[in-house]
Design a protein around this ligand. Structure first.
Ligand code: MRU
Length: 440
């Protein structure tokens, strides 16, 4: 049997291709401060309190991050670094792992969160799994890779981007003949997904910012920023772009109980960008809308059905109903990887229910009395009738969504920003030349 042949497994001397641009540094040079032993192999995890070395190298297999001030995922050549979002804003701790199991755990425990960021990390997780299987599988490489892909896909059920990215990864490596080729193809696809997400967010920012009146004050929910994506952000990316353009005066950010993604993460991003913001309790959203303080509500999405029903962070539906009641436009921002036109309506979207302890207290502090139980849906579905427009990297879709989203997906196959990444500029942040095509 050929070494590294897919049916025969890998030879012991097989070398997993590491991009030349991804130069490894010794652990000590990286300023590691804190090493925590886990049940996983010792080299699979370490944490340190400094950012990993970011790269301005746009070569194959490397996603440039240098001019992106906030980033939560960095590919390191044979491991992935994840900024632990559970610890923000009090501590900036990075988890580096070469173990796909820890990647799955990081998605489940929300060290990494936000639908696009989960898709990117899941993609790198599949690369890590292939690297490991290339060394250990014995004639069952493909079967085990597909089984692992399934586990990664199922790590969190509501966000579409994870399954979308994993499926795209497998298609990208479908014609590989050897385990080496599978690993190389998966890595190329993962870095393409990562780069495209950054570029998509920039375009979403441009497409969405022009919807906001000059001098306006939008309200946003949860965290949809650079932390939740490859960079820049979706709904918060629109806020970033609009602020840079001088369109908005300030932004209202909801706390987003129970895990406080707004109070901890959006506030952290806005503070770092010096964007004037007011944090409000989720329950204050009614008064700020009724008093005319909010001119648009902009949220992200975890999965959008073919009819434009939107699953997003719990509380989004409340905001949408309040926005309609107060005559305020309600915008949803998401890359096309979040569209799931295989689902006809929002009722078909699986809503993740998380541990009741997240509601019964916060962190280690319990606020509810012992014996109390809780219901903790992590997301809700906003019916399309409340959605003024859906802003994607390819344009702005408006009702009726079944038609406008279908048009968008058809256009997607021809666009320079198409799902297979053809025609993308090598570096993110460059204008791809794709102009907004309004689907009104
Ligand atoms: O549970 P989370 O924090 O992963 O939920 C995040 C959201 O609901 C975001 O709004 C969504 O993923 C879009 S992020 C660009």
């Amino acid at each position: 049997m050929m070494p590294g042949n897919l049916s025969g497994g890998a030879s012991p001397e097989m070398k997993v291709p590491i991009p030349a641009s991804a130069k490894r540094r010794s652990r000590d040079e990286r300023g590691r401060l804190d090493y925590r032993k886990t049940s996983l192999t010792p080299r699979s995890l370490f944490c340190w309190r400094e950012r990993p070395v970011l790269s301005d190298d746009t070569g194959e297999g490397n996603v440039p991050t240098l001019d992106n001030r906030i980033t939560s995922v960095v590919w390191q050549g044979d491991s992935v670094s994840i900024l632990d979002q559970r610890k923000l804003p009090s501590e900036e701790i990075w988890i580096e792992t070469s173990d796909y199991r820890l990647v799955i755990e990081s998605i489940q425990n929300m060290s990494v969160r936000g639908a696009p960021a989960i898709g990117i990390v899941g993609s790198y997780g599949l690369v890590l799994a292939a690297m490991e299987l290339a060394q250990t599988a014995n004639g069952d490489f493909t079967d085990r890779l597909h089984a692992t892909a399934r586990k990664i896909r199922e790590a969190r059920p509501t966000g579409a981007n994870l399954g979308w990215a994993v499926n795209r990864m497998l298609s990208g490596a479908a014609s590989a003949q050897t385990t080496e080729e599978v690993v190389a193809d998966l890595l190329s696809e993962a870095t393409r997904i990562h780069r495209e997400d950054i570029e998509s967010n920039r375009q979403i920012g441009r497409n969405g910012a022009r919807l906001l009146p000059w001098g306006s004050t939008p309200l946003t929910h949860c965290n949809t920023g650079a932390l939740a994506t490859g960079g820049h952000g979706t709904a918060l990316g629109i806020v970033r772009t609009a602020w840079a353009d001088g369109r908005i005066e300030r932004v209202y950010a909801t706390e987003t109980r129970p895990l406080l993604q707004g109070a901890r993460l959006t506030a952290w991003e806005l503070e770092r960008e010096r964007i004037p913001a007011s944090l409000i309790a989720d329950s204050a959203s009614g008064i700020v809308m009724r008093r005319g303080l909010v001119h648009a509500v902009i949220v992200g999405a975890d999965r959008i059905a073919a009819n434009g029903d939107v699953a997003n962070k719990i509380g989004t539906y409340n905001l949408a109903v309040l926005a309609k009641e107060n005559g305020i436009p309600f915008y949803v921002a998401a890359p096309t990887g979040t569209l799931d036109i295989s689902l006809s309506v929002g009722e078909e979207i699986v809503i993740e229910e998380r541990d009741e302890d997240e509601v019964l207290g916060y962190g280690d502090t319990r606020s509810a009395p012992q014996g109390m139980s809780a219901f903790n849906p992590a997301f809700d579905v906003t019916p399309n009738r409340y959605v003024t427009a859906i802003v994607t990297e390819l344009g702005v879709a408006r009702p009726p969504y079944r038609r406008s989203l279908a048009t968008l997906m058809e256009q997607n196959h021809e666009s320079p920003l198409s799902l297979d990444g053809r025609g993308l500029e090598p570096a993110p942040y460059h204008d791809t030349g794709v102009r907004v095509k309004n689907l009104d």
